[in-house]
Ligand binder design. Structure first.
Ligand SMILES: [Zn+2]
Length: 170
């Protein structure tokens, strides 16, 4: 009986943890549109956000890189170590969506170390999703190419038939 109630309360605890944990994590995420509006008084706060690594890593002389992270049209420079950036295998551009990362770090509304820029000094960088191809081919182009593909197919069919009939001749 006692074992059973222990198991029951453990089950409740596990279920609660599973339900509460993701909600808690999601609430902590800040959108970059909100972040860039933070007043200078919030410098030094730890912030957590997600976004796409875009452009390219800008190498710094001190073994760090700056990675631009984009979320809903707003990009923020994230200062991180080479090690922290090692999971970012692709940067977003015309052809691909870059690695999606979750960054936690210290907010600097006017960073004294980096010329008064707005940036985030990463404490942790984790990969949420690796790069995927961006759908860049416009629909119009595909519609234009379709008849060409069809014509090529028909042409091949007739060529094949001609070759076959020639073979019958010999
Ligand atoms: Zn900085």
């Amino acid at each position: 009986m006692r074992v059973r109630s222990v198991i029951a309360s453990l089950t409740v605890a596990v279920v609660l943890a599973a339900v509460v944990q993701p909600a808690f994590a999601a609430e902590n995420l800040v959108r970059l549109n909100d972040l860039i509006a933070y007043p200078a008084s919030r410098s030094g706060e730890t912030v957590v956000f997600e976004g796409e690594a875009i452009g390219q890593a800008l190498r710094q002389p001190d073994g760090h890189v700056f990675v631009n992270v984009l979320d809903d049209g707003t990009a923020v420079g994230v200062y991180m170590t080479d090690q922290q950036s090692s999971g970012i295998i692709g940067y977003g551009g015309y052809k691909q969506i870059g690695t999606i990362v979750r960054v936690s770090g210290e907010l600097n509304v006017a960073c004294a170390q980096h010329g008064g820029d707005f940036d985030v000094h990463a404490a942790g960088v984790s990969v949420i999703e690796q790069p995927t191809a961006r759908e860049t081919e416009p629909l119009g182009l595909r519609l234009m190419l379709a008849p060409i593909a069809l014509a090529l197919g028909i042409g091949q069919f007739f060529l094949y038939r001609r070759l076959r009939s020639h073979r019958h001749l010999f």
